[in-house]
Design a protein around this ligand. Structure first.
Ligand code: NDP
Ligand code: MG
Length: 388
């Protein structure tokens, strides 16, 4: 493929777990993908290393002011790089004229405006940051419809659903089932959960991920966020979105059609598979990690989720059913509670209590615009923070 027909990629959240996996995918396909812009919160030394390894990178953004100032005086970046700062910097990268696809993998909700900026500029959006769909999915989907740009799901379950429904009208889908490994405490006795430490919560049985999503996997808030994400991405009713415990994390999602047939997507639990699918779509190429080996023993188990053990999944379903602003409240309260748990300020079991209390203070309504959504988000953060 000539250099000019390579897909040019902007990577927001380049230094994170998704970012590093995306770099492995991009490095493995120099004939098909070229990295042109990168952003992170503050880790500028790692951004400089990435820029040196990818000569196509000419634009680098740092959200944090102090890190931007340090990077400006650092000699680690190769020549020919322009540095940008703050949200404006992320937005600049999101609409970079030479970019084809913007991968948003910024933890939390900071990626919202850049994601909408990318779609409005007609870029394909490879989307890892599930929180922004839960916060403002209606507006993100509207931005994609308005410009005709594609949203390519990177979250493994949603990427799996996306692959399974290709070529099938939505009317033929009766339900989707997202699998959940069950996280770090799947098999812990319920009474022990009161004593969970940060170290315990950060040990995920199958996936290696950033700290926020690893805690969300332990509480199953991650699966709750994913149900809402799926409803929004695929235009489904809440009662069509389901989860099942699948300890092996090999089947990522199943789609059941109206005739009862199910299609499933299988691959090892490595994010390089969905990232590569999203970046190369609709093309395919050799994967970065080895595929499943079916000559070796492979058992696949499925069992129902015990919602008594995972109240954050039940609360997510309630927020999804309530619709309107409720998912934004759920997301903001959870983000505050998880950050407080990681900082050692609250015990593990306070996370669902804070989310529940915050949801109860709120009567859901349909936000008219993005400003209304952001106001709901800020108010939920204030209420959640007042509880510890
Ligand atoms: P990490 O914590 O590993 O990385 C977060 C990344 O976001 C880092 O590059 C960080 O930069 C950057 N970042 C944080 N805040 C800002 C900001 N304000 N402006 C710019 N960049 C910022 O997270 P993950 O990679 O695990 O997750 C990223 C997103 O992808 C999350 O939304 C998560 O839910 C989603 N996701 C992750 C999966 C996984 O396997 N990890 C699977 C599916 C979805 P710095 O290093 O400088 O702090
Ligand atoms: Mg997922």
């Amino acid at each position: 493929m000539p250099a000019s027909s390579r897909k040019r990629i902007v990577l927001l959240g380049a230094t994170g777990s998704i970012g590093e996996n995306a770099l492995r995918v991009i490095a493995a396909h120099p004939d098909k993908l070229e990295l042109v812009g990168i952003a992170a919160h503050s880790r500028h030394a790692r951004l400089a290393e990435i820029a040196r390894a990818h000569p196509g990178v000419h634009h680098v953004a740092l959200f944090d002011d102090a890190a931007y100032a340090d990077a400006k005086t650092s000699e680690a970046f190769p020549t020919g790089i322009t540095l940008y700062r703050g949200l404006e910097g992320l937005n600049f990268l999101a609409r970079l004229p030479e970019a084809d696809t913007v991968l948003v993998a910024v933890v939390g909700t900071t990626g919202l405006e850049p994601a909408i900026t990318a779609l409005a500029a007609g870029k394909n959006l490879a989307l890892a940051s599930k929180e922004i769909l839960v916060l403002a999915g209606k507006f993100i989907m509207a931005a994609a419809r308005a410009s005709g740009a594609k949203i390519l799901p990177v979250d493994s379950e949603h990427n799996a659903v996306f692959q399974c429904i290709q070529g099938h009208p939505l009317a033929d889908v009766s339900r989707i089932i997202l699998t959940a490994s069950g996280g770090a405490f799947r098999d812990w006795p319920v009474e022990k959960l009161a004593h969970v430490t940060v170290v315990d919560a950060l040990k995920h049985p199958n996936w290696s991920m950033g700290p926020k999503i690893t805690v969300d996997s332990a509480t199953l808030a991650n699966k709750g966020l994913e149900l809402i994400e799926a409803q929004c991405l695929f235009g489904l009713r809440a009662d069509q979105c389901h989860t099942v415990i699948h300890p092996q994390s090999i089947v990522h999602a199943l789609v059941e059609f109206t005739d009862g047939a199910m299609l499933a997507q299988l691959c090892p639990p490595s994010m390089t598979f969905p990232i590569q699918h999203a970046l190369l779509h609709p093309a395919r190429a050799a994967g970065v990690d080895a595929p499943l080996d079916l000559t070796k023993l492979l058992s696949l188990e499925f069992r129902p989720v015990n919602e008594a053990r995972f109240p954050l999944l039940r609360l997510a379903r309630e927020a999804m059913n309530a619709g309107g602003s409720a998912p934004a409240i759920y997301n903001a309260a959870n983000e505050i509670a998880v950050a407080a748990f990681l900082a050692g300020k609250i015990p593990f079991l306070a996370i669902p209590l804070i989310v529940d209390n915050t949801l109860q203070t709120h009567t859901s309504f349909e936000p008219a615009d993005l400003a209304a959504v952001l106001a709901v988000d800020a108010e939920a953060r204030r209420i959640a923070s007042s509880q510890f």
